[in-house]
Design a protein around this ligand. Structure first.
Ligand SMILES: [Zn+2]
Length: 122
């Protein structure tokens, strides 16, 4: 594993905030987080990140292959606005990406915003 491809802490934090330890599928996906490597990030600055994982050494999670979205969490600002959501995608039982979606035109949430607003959602 090369150092340059390690998952940034902001992505790791967001995944750990969204994936719930009490949910068996989420718990299995959380086990994958330390093994994820960063494949690429969206160039628009939105914080969307695409992953790579070594499927030889990591167990797949027991996921319904027909539903690639394994988790979705709305972003709620301090003012109670909901400018978007964070979605976590999988393929074949493995985490593939984390996407920060914007619903409005006024705010383009970044991953830093997402961390703050997911926290306030708790
Ligand atoms: Zn983007």
């Amino acid at each position: 594993m090369s150092e340059s491809e390690r998952l940034p802490a902001d992505v790791t934090d967001a995944l750990e905030m969204i994936l719930e330890p009490g949910d068996p599928v989420h718990a299995a996906l959380r086990e994958q987080v330390p093994h994820l490597r960063l494949h690429s990030r969206c160039t628009c600055g939105c914080g969307t990140a695409y992953f790579e994982i070594d499927t030889e050494t990591v167990e797949p999670a027991p996921i319904n292959p027909g539903s690639p979205v394994v988790a979705a969490a709305p972003l709620v600002t301090e003012d109670g606005e909901c400018p978007g959501e964070v979605l976590v995608f999988s393929y074949g039982g493995y985490l593939t990406s984390l996407e920060v979606c914007s619903w409005g035109e006024d705010i383009e949430p970044t991953l830093a915003d997402a961390r703050r607003w997911l926290r306030s959602y708790d």
